[in-house]
Write a protein that binds this ligand. Structure first.
Ligand code: FES
Length: 161
Protein backbone atom coordinates (compact mmCIF):
# COMPACT_ATOMS: atom_id res chain seq x y z
CA UNK A 1 0.00 0.00 0.00
CA UNK A 2 1.21 3.50 -0.74
CA UNK A 3 0.09 6.77 0.74
CA UNK A 4 -0.36 9.56 -1.76
CA UNK A 5 1.59 12.56 -0.42
CA UNK A 6 -0.86 14.77 -2.29
CA UNK A 7 -3.36 13.77 0.42
CA UNK A 8 -1.74 16.39 2.64
CA UNK A 9 -3.06 19.62 1.18
CA UNK A 10 -0.39 22.33 0.78
CA UNK A 11 0.04 24.49 3.85
CA UNK A 12 -1.99 22.23 6.14
CA UNK A 13 0.75 20.36 7.99
CA UNK A 14 0.30 20.28 11.77
CA UNK A 15 2.61 22.51 13.78
CA UNK A 16 6.00 20.91 14.50
CA UNK A 17 5.75 18.12 11.92
CA UNK A 18 8.40 19.59 9.57
CA UNK A 19 11.31 17.81 11.25
CA UNK A 20 9.40 15.40 13.49
CA UNK A 21 10.59 11.77 13.55
CA UNK A 22 8.29 9.04 12.27
CA UNK A 23 6.96 6.59 14.85
CA UNK A 24 5.10 3.32 14.24
CA UNK A 25 1.59 3.63 15.65
CA UNK A 26 -0.57 0.81 14.26
CA UNK A 27 -0.54 -2.26 11.99
CA UNK A 28 -2.05 -1.49 8.59
CA UNK A 29 -4.26 -4.57 9.05
CA UNK A 30 -5.88 -2.90 12.06
CA UNK A 31 -7.15 -0.01 9.92
CA UNK A 32 -9.21 -1.45 7.05
CA UNK A 33 -10.82 0.84 4.45
CA UNK A 34 -13.49 3.02 6.08
CA UNK A 35 -12.06 2.61 9.60
CA UNK A 36 -10.93 5.31 12.02
CA UNK A 37 -8.67 4.94 15.04
CA UNK A 38 -7.49 7.35 17.74
CA UNK A 39 -3.90 7.32 19.01
CA UNK A 40 -2.62 9.46 21.88
CA UNK A 41 0.94 10.54 22.60
CA UNK A 42 1.24 12.76 25.64
CA UNK A 43 -1.58 15.26 25.30
CA UNK A 44 -1.67 14.90 21.53
CA UNK A 45 -4.64 13.00 20.09
CA UNK A 46 -4.38 11.95 16.45
CA UNK A 47 -7.04 10.47 14.21
CA UNK A 48 -5.96 7.81 11.72
CA UNK A 49 -8.54 7.44 8.97
CA UNK A 50 -8.49 5.00 6.06
CA UNK A 51 -10.28 7.12 3.47
CA UNK A 52 -11.16 6.24 -0.11
CA UNK A 53 -7.94 8.06 -1.12
CA UNK A 54 -5.61 6.45 1.41
CA UNK A 55 -4.63 6.72 5.05
CA UNK A 56 -4.42 10.15 6.66
CA UNK A 57 -3.45 11.34 10.14
CA UNK A 58 -5.02 14.53 11.47
CA UNK A 59 -5.75 16.06 14.84
CA UNK A 60 -8.50 14.09 16.57
CA UNK A 61 -10.14 17.39 17.42
CA UNK A 62 -12.98 18.78 15.38
CA UNK A 63 -11.84 22.06 13.80
CA UNK A 64 -15.02 23.62 15.24
CA UNK A 65 -15.04 22.98 19.02
CA UNK A 66 -12.51 20.14 19.40
CA UNK A 67 -14.85 17.14 19.73
CA UNK A 68 -13.19 13.77 18.89
CA UNK A 69 -13.80 13.04 15.22
CA UNK A 70 -12.72 9.42 15.79
CA UNK A 71 -16.17 8.61 17.24
CA UNK A 72 -17.94 10.23 14.31
CA UNK A 73 -18.54 8.61 10.93
CA UNK A 74 -16.40 8.21 7.81
CA UNK A 75 -17.91 8.05 4.33
CA UNK A 76 -15.27 8.01 1.59
CA UNK A 77 -13.18 11.05 2.48
CA UNK A 78 -15.87 12.81 4.51
CA UNK A 79 -15.74 12.63 8.31
CA UNK A 80 -18.71 13.82 10.35
CA UNK A 81 -18.49 15.23 13.85
CA UNK A 82 -20.69 13.70 16.58
CA UNK A 83 -21.25 17.02 18.36
CA UNK A 84 -22.78 19.58 15.95
CA UNK A 85 -23.02 17.59 12.68
CA UNK A 86 -20.13 19.42 11.01
CA UNK A 87 -18.70 17.47 8.06
CA UNK A 88 -15.14 17.76 6.79
CA UNK A 89 -13.33 16.54 3.68
CA UNK A 90 -10.16 14.70 4.70
CA UNK A 91 -8.80 15.02 1.16
CA UNK A 92 -8.86 18.83 1.27
CA UNK A 93 -9.07 19.86 4.94
CA UNK A 94 -12.16 21.94 4.18
CA UNK A 95 -15.59 21.89 5.85
CA UNK A 96 -18.31 20.55 3.55
CA UNK A 97 -21.13 21.15 6.03
CA UNK A 98 -20.95 23.83 8.68
CA UNK A 99 -21.88 22.89 12.30
CA UNK A 100 -25.51 23.28 13.35
CA UNK A 101 -24.38 26.22 15.50
CA UNK A 102 -23.27 28.15 12.40
CA UNK A 103 -20.36 30.54 12.78
CA UNK A 104 -17.44 31.55 10.58
CA UNK A 105 -15.99 29.32 7.89
CA UNK A 106 -12.18 29.14 7.36
CA UNK A 107 -12.32 32.25 5.16
CA UNK A 108 -14.27 34.22 7.77
CA UNK A 109 -17.67 34.07 6.04
CA UNK A 110 -20.63 33.89 8.43
CA UNK A 111 -23.09 30.95 8.31
CA UNK A 112 -26.33 30.94 10.36
CA UNK A 113 -27.46 28.16 12.72
CA UNK A 114 -29.44 25.37 11.09
CA UNK A 115 -31.43 22.27 12.04
CA UNK A 116 -31.36 18.82 10.52
CA UNK A 117 -34.31 17.85 8.31
CA UNK A 118 -37.39 17.03 10.38
CA UNK A 119 -36.24 18.91 13.48
CA UNK A 120 -37.70 22.24 14.65
CA UNK A 121 -35.73 25.41 13.90
CA UNK A 122 -32.90 26.03 16.35
CA UNK A 123 -33.53 28.75 18.90
CA UNK A 124 -30.63 31.16 19.17
CA UNK A 125 -31.54 33.81 21.77
CA UNK A 126 -29.23 36.83 21.72
CA UNK A 127 -26.48 37.02 24.34
CA UNK A 128 -22.89 36.03 24.97
CA UNK A 129 -23.43 32.41 23.91
CA UNK A 130 -25.00 33.40 20.60
CA UNK A 131 -22.18 35.87 20.04
CA UNK A 132 -19.60 33.18 20.82
CA UNK A 133 -21.25 30.81 18.32
CA UNK A 134 -21.35 33.55 15.69
CA UNK A 135 -17.66 34.36 16.15
CA UNK A 136 -16.38 30.77 16.35
CA UNK A 137 -14.35 30.04 13.25
CA UNK A 138 -14.23 26.53 11.81
CA UNK A 139 -10.56 25.98 10.89
CA UNK A 140 -9.08 23.85 8.17
CA UNK A 141 -7.93 20.39 9.27
CA UNK A 142 -4.21 19.94 10.04
CA UNK A 143 -2.26 16.87 8.89
CA UNK A 144 0.56 14.69 10.17
CA UNK A 145 2.80 13.05 7.51
CA UNK A 146 2.13 9.31 7.18
CA UNK A 147 4.12 6.46 5.67
CA UNK A 148 3.79 2.68 5.62
CA UNK A 149 6.86 0.64 6.57
CA UNK A 150 6.82 -3.17 6.82
CA UNK A 151 3.07 -3.31 7.36
CA UNK A 152 3.07 -0.63 10.06
CA UNK A 153 1.57 2.84 9.84
CA UNK A 154 4.15 5.45 10.81
CA UNK A 155 3.25 9.04 11.67
CA UNK A 156 5.53 12.06 12.07
CA UNK A 157 4.80 13.11 15.64
CA UNK A 158 6.27 16.32 17.08
CA UNK A 159 8.18 15.98 20.36
CA UNK A 160 5.96 16.34 23.41
CA UNK A 161 7.11 18.89 25.98
S1 FES B 1 -17.41 20.27 17.64
FE1 FES B 1 -17.55 19.32 15.71
S2 FES B 1 -19.15 20.32 14.66
FE2 FES B 1 -18.96 21.29 16.58
Amino acid sequence: MTVDPALVPPGLHALGTGDAPFAAVLDVAELPPGAMHRISRGDLDILLAHTSQGIVAVDDRCPHMSAPLSIGGLDGCIVDCPLHSGRFDLSTGEPVQMPTTGGLDPDGRYHPTWSAAGLPPKEDPPGKKAEARRLTRVRRIRYYPVRIVAGRIEVAIPAQG
